[in-house]
Design a protein around this ligand. Structure first.
Ligand code: FES
Length: 115
């Protein structure tokens, strides 16, 4: 389950530019696995579930980006997604997109935003 708006995820400065970070909330079937990607001073949040199989995009830790850091990449079959809106750009998810989680930067913190 998504934490309430205003919940602090981490400091923006803790993330390289660009880089991603994984977060999880809750347990069991209601658990929410999500990640954020920093690109410059902006952050983008998504549910950590690939539209292809529903499995997580990262195969270890906070690795969500393709080599070079310009796109999000699923580790399982290599689908690539645009950082800014989660649209699939190539791979078996063509025409689909990641599910967004609204986040914003507030006083240097990455926080959950209102939808
Ligand atoms: S599970 Fe992501 S591309 Fe297949």
């Amino acid at each position: 389950m998504l934490p309430p708006p205003g919940t602090v995820l981490c400091r923006l400065a803790e993330l390289d530019d660009p880089a991603g970070r994984e977060f999880s909330f809750g347990r069991g079937p209601d658990a929410l696995l999500m990640f954020v990607v920093r690109k410059g001073g902006a952050v983008f949040g998504y549910v950590n579930a690939c539209p292809h199989t529903g499995g997580p995009l990262n195969w270890m830790g906070d690795r969500f980006l393709a080599p070079g850091g310009g796109e999000i990449q699923c580790a399982t079959h290599g689908a690539r997604f645009r950082i800014e809106d989660g649209a699939c750009l190539s791979g078996p998810c063509d025409g689909r997109a990641l599910s967004p989680v609204a986040v914003r930067v507030d006083d240097g913190n990455i926080v959950v935003a209102e939808r």
